[in-house]
Design a protein around this ligand. Structure first.
Ligand SMILES: *[C@@H]1O[C@H](CO)[C@@H](O)[C@H](O)[C@H]1NC(C)=O
Ligand SMILES: *[C@@H]1O[C@H](CO)[C@@H](O)[C@H](O)[C@H]1NC(C)=O
Length: 346
């Protein structure tokens, strides 16, 4: 009803009022006030209620706050359940890693996959298959599933945007990505663990990224609570071997001496784009105040961390083959308000 009224008001009055309004802001303000009253803006409506009713509505809001705290308990139990099931998945993920890095050769039976049998072999396909096998024999024997994680990363838009060409030789040596949940009784968090084969680029074989979660409603804004949220993250130090730090690049700059006017060339090291910048995220300041750039970087980072945990680690093979690549970025609910990424349980 409110909407109909506004449309009527506009069509009948606007034309006559426009000129006056332009000249007289008070009229505009008065009209705006009337319109606000008509739509029943929340504040206006609450103000119009008798005091006794307003008091009772406050009581209802207090009940709502209590609901938010019970909901927080619900999510704590969900976290526990996730931990419990993580332990059940882990042996399978370990076997996945063993196959990928050639620590384990799956048996004939383990390699059987229904769709392979069902595929009807036409004569031409049969010929192609024989040729393929011949080629395979000629190639040197590949170990495990080469470039498994690099392929996964390149198949996911969110990650492929981060992976630079100079990152690829390093990511080829990535052997496993794991999710570790915080222990019971500890503040809620999860860590992503990246296991690398010993390599020429850095001396670490394990790189980690930890995401702190807030699982309690914010006292100042309890109604915004919608499950645990990522609040911040910490990376790790990468022990780059000399000359291999790809997160740095050197640039040459011409510098003019102020007094003498001579020009000399100086080399400067500046940050370079790299996937490995993922391990040095900006800090979330205590105050919560941050510039827009930092906010954007963190929002993207939280989204990526959440995506790796929720999608990539559980179903890596399907990202490798491409089967999981739908528009499933949409499923991961994200709200970027104040750089906080909802880690909704999807
Ligand atoms: C810096 O990035 C560029 C391209 O983004 C790359 O070609 C170059 O190798 C990188 N520098 C170093 C030192 O890795
Ligand atoms: C590598 O580069 C980063 C900046 O991107 C820097 O913070 C770090 O200290 C460097 N590490 C080494 C070992 O050079």
């Amino acid at each position: 009803e409110g909407n109909t009224l506004i449309i009527m008001l506009e069509s009948n009055w606007t034309r006559q009022l426009t000129v006056q309004m332009m000249q007289n802001p008070q009229i505009l303000a008065a009209l705006q006030e009337r319109l606000d009253g008509l739509v029943g803006s929340p504040s206006g409506y609450m103000e119009s209620l008798p005091k006794v009713v307003k008091r009772r509505v406050n009581a209802l809001k207090n009940l709502q706050v209590k609901c938010a705290h019970i909901e927080a308990k619900f999510y704590e139990e969900v976290h526990e359940l996730e931990r419990k099931y993580a332990a059940l998945y882990q042996p399978l993920f370990d076997k996945r890693s063993d196959i990928v890095k050639a620590a384990y050769e799956p048996t004939e039976e383990e390699c059987e996959w229904k769709a392979d049998e069902e595929e009807e072999l036409t004569v031409s396909k049969q010929k192609a298959k024989v040729e393929e096998e011949k080629k395979d024999e000629e190639k040197e024997d590949p170990k495990g599933v080469p470039e498994f994680w690099l392929t996964v990363f390149k198949n996911v838009d969110l990650l492929s945007d981060m992976v630079q060409e100079h990152d690829e030789p390093i990511l080829k040596q990535l052997q496993d990505v794991k999710v570790k949940f915080s222990d019971p009784g500890q503040p809620m968090s999860f860590s992503l663990e990246f296991n690398f084969e010993p390599n020429e680029f850095f001396t670490n074989t394990l790189l980690t990224k930890t995401y702190k979660m807030r699982s309690e409603p914010d006292e100042n804004d309890p109604f915004s609570f919608d499950g645990p949220e990522i609040m911040g993250c910490t990376g790790c130090t990468i022990d780059w071997t000399k000359g291999k730090n790809i997160t740095l690049k050197t640039i040459k700059k011409k510098q003019k001496h102020k007094g003498r006017g001579t020009v000399r060339t100086v080399t400067k090291t500046v940050p370079n784009d790299s996937f490995f910048n993922f391990f040095t995220p900006p800090d979330v300041p205590e105050s919560g105040d941050m510039d827009e750039d930092t906010e954007a970087v963190l929002a993207a980072d939280f989204e990526i961390g959440h995506f790796i945990r929720e999608r990539i680690v559980p179903r890596a093979v399907l990202y490798f083959t491409g089967e999981a690549i739908e528009d499933d970025d949409d499923d991961v609910s994200t709200h970027h308000s104040l750089c906080v990424m909802a880690s909704s349980l999807s």
